[in-house]
Design a binder for this molecule. Structure first.
Ligand SMILES: NC(=O)C1=CN([C@@H]2O[C@H](COP(=O)(O)OP(=O)(O)OC[C@H]3O[C@@H](n4cnc5c(N)ncnc54)[C@H](O)[C@@H]3O)[C@@H](O)[C@H]2O)C=CC1
Ligand SMILES: CC(C)CC(=O)C(=O)O
Ligand SMILES: [Mg+2]
Length: 384
């Protein structure tokens, strides 16, 4: 009898928090894709634990995330997060969204990486912006994720409220290092070549003291540590206007604080015509410097207006899963396979094939149709 060789299995521990409304619908599709990766790569095992966060946790436990779930997240290799919130928890204190903020803080997931790309040429038509302006858009918002107004001390009284918008230099410095790392990864040509991409730092240094600190510290970090990377500064309000008027102007990296990053990354959805294709990774390390824990969630929210109908676009959650494989597990080949599968499926229409797009992209396919088509494409790519 010949000796059997067995490949050692690497196990990755993932905490899955499906969330509220469309969260579970899109997380289901992402997990189907993960099954396919596992099927095609027998040496990889993705151990999954499920728990509650958001409104569903308030209903079950009275809080948006329990200390036990925060501990589970901290001891996992990564968290797959479905969006949280909804009108039924409007009066709840704390609210579902604060569970996500607690999770970001607990994992110290300080860098929120939010790429925006018109994924395939035939998607330019989904944008409300003129095709010739939107074609070729490719930028990455790097948003500081654990500081600023979202985490500052709050006063909440009946007739008076405030949120302290505070930054320390170290928080700006580490975010700047992530922006620089992403600039090197994406490159000036958007495919890793041509030298590092331009970094656009966005702030309100004309009004906010925290904005002046942001600008000063960012400039110092780039002067000292990344003199080869071109750094430009743009006030956040005019940046918002220019992103719509001339989206390719900011091709490269947008380096910004928590509040502006939240808003500017939703403008990305206005550029692509939908939030349904925009992923995000909230990580606790510098990309390229090894494995780190992270929270992988779409840019979009729980979309209560379309939940339960089987029409939500699962692409953002599936691309967030690809980011998990890339940043938390360093499985770049498998991450690229998922990204290529998504573009292949979305491009079917452009190539005269079947239209496998959800309603937000002008199609009639269901959430599961899109998820299944991406699974088939991943299987085909990884089986080669
Ligand atoms: N990461 C998270 O958990 C986040 C949660 N939220 C919460 O989500 C709830 C709803 O917030 P909204 O302001 O309505 O923002 P939203 O992002 O949920 O929805 C905005 C619009 O985009 C559409 N949309 C979003 N994702 C889509 C997808 N995958 N496919 C097709 N269409 C999609 C929705 O139908 C809606 O018309 C709120 O409670 C909010 O606080 C908002 C943002 C992030
Ligand atoms: C805590 C979230 C609801 C904030 C948000 O909108 C986001 O992170 O995109
Ligand atoms: Mg947001």
């Amino acid at each position: 009898m010949g000796q059997q060789t067995t490949t050692p299995t690497t196990t990755y521990h993932i905490l899955v928090l499906p969330g509220d409304h469309v969260g579970p619908e899109v997380v289901t599709e992402a997990l189907k894709v993960l099954d396919v990766v596992e099927e095609c790569r027998p040496s990889l095992h993705f151990e999954r634990e499920f728990a509650l966060a958001g409104g569903c946790s308030i209903n079950a436990h009275g809080v948006p995330i329990t200390p036990a779930v925060l501990d589970q997240a901290a001891s996992s290799d990564a968290v797959l997060f479905g969006s949280v919130g909804g009108p039924e928890w409007a009066g709840s204190h704390p609210n579902p969204e604060s569970g996500l903020l607690s999770l970001r803080q607990r994992l110290d997931a300080f860098a929120n990486i939010r790429p925006c790309e018109v994924l395939v040429p035939s998607l330019v038509g989904a944008s409300p912006i003129k095709s010739e302006l939107v074609a070729g858009t490719k930028f990455v918002v790097v948003r500081e994720n654990c500081g600023g107004a979202y985490f500052g001390e709050k006063v909440e009284e009946e007739d008076r409220a405030s949120d302290l918008w505070v930054y320390r230099a170290e928080e700006v410095e580490r975010c700047a290092r992530v922006s620089a790392a992403i600039a090197r990864i994406i490159g000036r040509d958007g495919r890793g070549g041509g030298g590092p991409a331009v970094v656009w730092s966005s702030d309100k240094a004309n009004v906010l003291a925290s904005g002046r600190l942001w600008r000063r510290v960012t400039q110092r970090v780039f002067d000292k540590e990344f003199p080869d990377i071109e750094l430009r500064h743009q006030l956040a309000d005019s940046m918002a206007m220019l992103m719509v008027k001339d989206p390719t102007m900011f091709n490269g990296v947008i380096h910004t604080d928590n509040t502006f990053g939240d808003i500017l990354s939703d403008i990305s959805g206005g550029i692509t015509g939908t939030l349904g294709i925009l992923p995000s990774a909230s990580i606790s390390g510098i990309p390229g410097s090894g494995r780190c824990n992270g929270i992988y969630e779409p840019v979009h929210g729980s979309a209560p207006d379309i939940s339960g109908k089987g029409v939500v676009n699962p692409v953002a959650q599936i691309l967030s899963l690809a980011m998990m494989l890339r940043y938390s597990f360093l499985l770049t080949e498998e991450a690229s396979a998922i990204e290529n599968a998504v573009t292949r499926v979305l491009d079917e229409k452009g190539n005269g094939g079947l239209e496998i797009r959800t309603k937000d992209l002008g199609g009639t396919a269901s959430t599961a149709d899109v998820g299944n088509a991406i699974c088939t494409a991943v299987r085909s790519i990884l089986s080669k």
